[in-house]
Design a binder for this molecule. Structure first.
Ligand code: BGC
Length: 437
């Protein structure tokens, strides 16, 4: 039962949601800096120019994580802080910042994990088409090589791209995230390029010995509204889109063409050798799941022929994100991934729930307790689930939702940016002290 003893708790944050200092020390503009300048795109009209000011307060945040008893500090690197133009000249002050974060983690006794990309593309690369332009493959490869050369001596665990499907779905299909592009061509090209880039990034990192390199995938439990043929087929399509497109090509299974006709659009951007190049034996999979969606057949919806039945209509518990609160998804997806490869190490590389400022934190504690129940079950089955990384430490910039949804286990005072542990953090600290899974 060594999995029980080795089960690890950590936390995840992302650069564009926390760092602020958006032009400090030579950083270039990212697509999120540009996107939030038109702040009507953000629900509370906010931006991420200051965010949680992690850039200046990283020591305090790392200290808080350590105080809670967390053992992993996963943060993402802002590409445009390292390469203000996306490629070309390296910004040494950007390198110095992340070295400081890494060194502080190591000194404080918490393991730093790097995410190479959490959605904040340099604006200069977007000006050339961003993920839609195949040239991005070389740019990403070059960027990852720079990260490896500067940080891999000190950082062993790496996550390449965070949630490709959400990044490209929201940013290049629905247009609700940066860079605000829409449409099937933008989506199809960009998703294929992002997946390929990640496969190339894996090889680049693995040139260095002893690195543990994985990816983090978004997973959403999908169920049909009724058992009729049309709803079931629609659910299969959405499941293939949300839970397979960004996973199965790496396993050599290709795009899920049978269930998802839209795969044919993606295949238009596949060049000779690509499907082979996609095959990647990641060292681990990071599973990130928040909600369940129920799906109905809807022939009039282009490409997908499906629509979601809103959680409100279904009268299920809903978080301030409008998502069904569904902690059982963690167990479901861990078991589903174990079926792909029972030996592969798995992580819950993000896990959390958003509440409003006013809500009592008990709901978040209950959420984590339910997740723990699922974790115990999968560990008892002998599945290689290694740990959980909480989403997230301090309330932060929740993309197009602004600052209203509060995912943090630590509260940030709006004007002073002072941090204060919420009940969840206090509960978790106690739990980790007395851990008995
Ligand atoms: C993302 C985070 C985001 C969280 C809640 C995940 O999909 O990786 O950046 O804040 O979900 O929406």
């Amino acid at each position: 039962m060594d999995d029980f003893e080795n089960f690890t708790w950590g936390v995840t944050i992302a650069a564009a949601q926390t760092e602020g200092a958006y032009l400090a020390d030579g950083k270039g503009m990212s697509i999120w800096d540009t996107f939030t300048q038109k702040s009507r795109r953000i629900k509370d009209r906010s931006n991420n120019q200051i965010a949680t000011d992690f850039y200046h307060r990283y020591k305090e945040d790392i200290d808080l994580a350590v105080d809670i008893g967390l053992k992993i500090f996963r943060f993402s690197i802002s590409w445009s802080r390292i390469l203000p133009d996306g490629s070309g000249k390296i910004n040494q002050r950007g390198i110095a910042f992340y070295n400081n974060v890494i060194d502080y983690c190591l000194k404080a006794g918490i393991e730093p994990w790097i995410t190479t990309y959490h959605w904040d593309l340099p604006q200069r690369l977007q000006d050339k088409g961003g993920w839609k332009n195949r040239e991005i493959l070389l740019d990403y490869e070059n960027y990852v090589a720079i990260l490896r050369d500067h940080f891999a001596d000190k950082v062993k665990n790496w996550i390449l791209i965070n949630e490709a499907i959400v990044c490209i779905g929201a940013g290049y299909f629905l247009g609700i995230h940066a860079p605000g592009k829409r449409g099937i061509r933008n989506f199809s090209a960009s998703i294929h390029h992002m997946l390929l880039a990640q496969a190339m990034g894996f090889k680049v990192l693995k040139e260095k010995e002893n690195l543990n390199v994985g990816t983090a995938v978004s997973c959403t439990k999908i169920e049909p509204f009724t058992n009729n043929f049309s709803d079931k087929k629609a659910a299969d399509r959405i499941d293939a889109l949300m839970n397979r497109v960004c996973i199965e090509p790496y396993l050599g299974l290709g795009y899920p063409e049978k269930e998802l006709p839209l795969s044919k659009r993606i295949k238009k951007f596949v060049q000779e050798g690509d499907m082979e190049a996609l095959k990647t034996d990641f060292d681990f999979w990071g599973i990130q799941t928040y909600a369940r969606e129920v799906v109905k057949g809807a022939w009039y919806i282009p490409y997908l022929g499906a629509m979601l039945v809103s959680p409100k209509k279904r009268e299920v518990p809903v978080s301030i994100m409008g998502w069904e609160t569904y902690p059982h998804g963690t167990q479901y997806f861990v078991e589903r991934f174990a079926r792909y490869d029972p030996k592969k190490p798995l992580w819950l590389s993000e896990c959390g729930i958003a509440l409003s400022q006013e809500e009592d934190d008990q709901e978040r504690i209950a959420y984590y307790k339910d997740v723990i129940k699922g974790v115990k079950k999968v560990l008892h089955k002998g599945i290689h689930l290694k740990g959980i990384l909480i989403w997230t430490l301090v309330d932060n910039f929740e993309w197009a939702e602004g600052y209203v949804p509060k995912f943090g286990i630590i509260k940030m005072e709006e004007n002073t940016l002072n941090r204060k542990m919420k009940k969840t953090a206090i509960w978790l600290k106690e739990y980790l002290l007395n851990i008995k899974l």
